[in-house]
Design a protein around this ligand. Structure first.
Ligand code: NAD
Length: 440
């Protein structure tokens, strides 16, 4: 099948590449010339494990190309995926300007029947708006489908190639067949393609992210309660996770959720609900808890140092909002590092892949960037763990002790809960667990 994917970011580039991998002819479009030039030169503008090889292979097989020429891409394709960003507008509702601009541009370039697929996460009713924007520009026939994406950054290829389910919101059975044909290679193990009405498909994506964010905020709130009661949230987590009705995933407390999806999608659901007179109380609380949790580490640091950290140095391990990605959008590290800088502290940081992103968009020259994690804690007063990258999970604690000025660790991801750090002479703080030295 001939496919165009418009918007070559985390979702568009992965989706386009995976569709090419299953034999389709795919052109990935973006309006950022530098991004397309880089892709043409074989450089992948984002960090996503496995993506580079897959892009190279499909480019070499001439199934995958890149362009800024949207009109030509529209003309040469039957199925057009819209995968541009939908960031929160000033009031928290989803900003659809990029989606609607692409819809208009598609309409202008149509030369026959097209299937236009909303892959971006968009509020209920957007497919109708996209259809209206196209209809205003063309008399050619077309159909608009909602096909939300559930991939996770860091595991995007695997998630796309082996989805738990594919959601297709579509009113026309013939278009549904085209979508089923396209996705058939990805669901060979029997995972379902759920065809439903367009509005339900649009809402399904938001419902999924809102539910996951709710679990995180619930566990973070439970962790705060554990800290006050002297209970151990790690035990509580295991105790509830083994209940089949609850399940074990997404029960880890930490320093709050971030990234480009959960924060904006929770806000968008609250706004969508408001627009129809519904006060979505739970999700407002989910947001409040998350904002509070992003400051957990600053509260612990203030409590430990009596709010006087001017002149102290902190070594930070991990900046991205989660491991296996360079994405720092809404990352808790932004709140923590900026909070320390405001308090007059010095900050040394290390992240396996997000340091360019941090320098370009967040901290500039205000922090010291260190290539190695032990370099980041040289002469520091404490180590702060902000992202649970695998390489930080089992460090050499003797070396940490020798390198730090004082053996103090604030662990925002509970990486070291099981290492009995107090017995090894560390002052150790983690989320929802009161670390005490084991007896004997
Ligand atoms: P992104 O910012 O990484 O990529 C968007 C791309 O669209 C950028 O490269 C941008 O230059 C391009 N673009 C913007 N306007 C354009 C235009 N008019 N013409 C051509 N290209 C244009 O965003 P993303 O993370 O890939 O997210 C895209 C959508 O997918 C969002 O709605 C997001 O909520 C959703 N989503 C994201 C993820 C994720 O993990 N990142 C997962 C599922 C769904």
């Amino acid at each position: 099948m001939k496919i165009a994917v418009i918007g070559s970011g985390y979702v568009g580039l992965v989706a386009g590449t995976c569709f090419a991998e299953t034999g389709n002819n795919v052109v990935c479009v973006d309006n950022v010339v530098a991004k397309i030039d880089a892709l043409k030169a074989g450089k992948i503008p984002i960090y996503e494990p496995g993506l580079e090889e897959l892009v190279k292979r499909n480019v070499a097989e001439e199934r995958l190309t890149f362009t800024t020429d949207l009109a030509a891409a529209v003309k040469s394709s039957l199925v057009l995926f819209i995968a541009v960003g939908t960031p929160p507008g000033e009031d928290g509702s989803s900003d659809l300007s990029a989606v609607l601009a692409v819809a208009k541009a598609i309409g202008k370039s149509m030369d026959g029947f097209k299937v236009i697929v909303d892959k971006s996460t968009v509020p209920c009713g957007t497919a109708r708006k996209v259809a209206a924007a196209i209809r205003a520009e063309t008399t050619h026939p077309f159909d608009v489908v909602s096909n939300p994406e559930f991939l996770k950054e860091g595991a995007a290829i695997d998630d796309f190639m082996k989805p738990d389910r594919v959601v297709v919101g579509c009113d026309d059975p013939r278009t549904a067949e085209i979508m089923k044909e396209l996705y058939a290679p990805f669901v060979r193990t029997g995972k379902p393609i759920l065809v439903m009405d367009v509005e339900s498909a649009e809402l399904t994506k938001y419902a999924a992210n809102a539910m996951l964010a709710t679990r995180i905020s619930f566990m973070n709130e439970m962790a705060s309660l554990c800290e006050k009661l002297g209970a151990n949230v790690d035990h509580v987590r295991r105790g509830i996770g083994l209940d089949a009705r609850i399940g074990t995933s997404f029960l880890f407390p930490g320093i709050g959720y971030g990234g480009s999806c959960f924060p904006k999608d929770v806000k968008a659901v609250v706004k969508t609900a408001e627009s129809v007179g519904h006060d979505f109380k739970i999700l407002k609380a989910v947001e409040d808890v998350n904002e509070h949790q992003k400051r957990w580490m600053l509260r612990k640091i203030d409590a430990h140092y009596g709010k006087d950290v001017a002149g102290k140095t902190f070594g930070v391990w991990g900046l991205s909002f989660k491991p296996q990605t360079d994405d720092m959008r809404e990352a808790p590290s932004i709140v923590v590092v900026n909070g320390l800088l405001e308090r007059g502290a010095k900050v040394r940081v290390c992240d396996p892949v997000a340091m360019d992103e941090a320098r370009k968009h967040h901290f500039g020259d205000k922090v010291t960037y260190c290539k190695r994690n032990y370099e980041a804690i040289e002469g520091a007063d404490a180590l702060l763990v902000l992202t649970e990258w695998n390489e930080f999970r089992h460090p050499d604690f003797d070396r940490i002790k020798q390198t730090l000025k004082h053996p103090v660790i604030f662990d925002g991801r509970n990486c070291y809960v099981s290492y009995d750090l107090p017995s090894r002479g560390f002052t150790y703080a983690c989320v929802g667990v009161k670390p005490t030295a084991k007896k004997g």
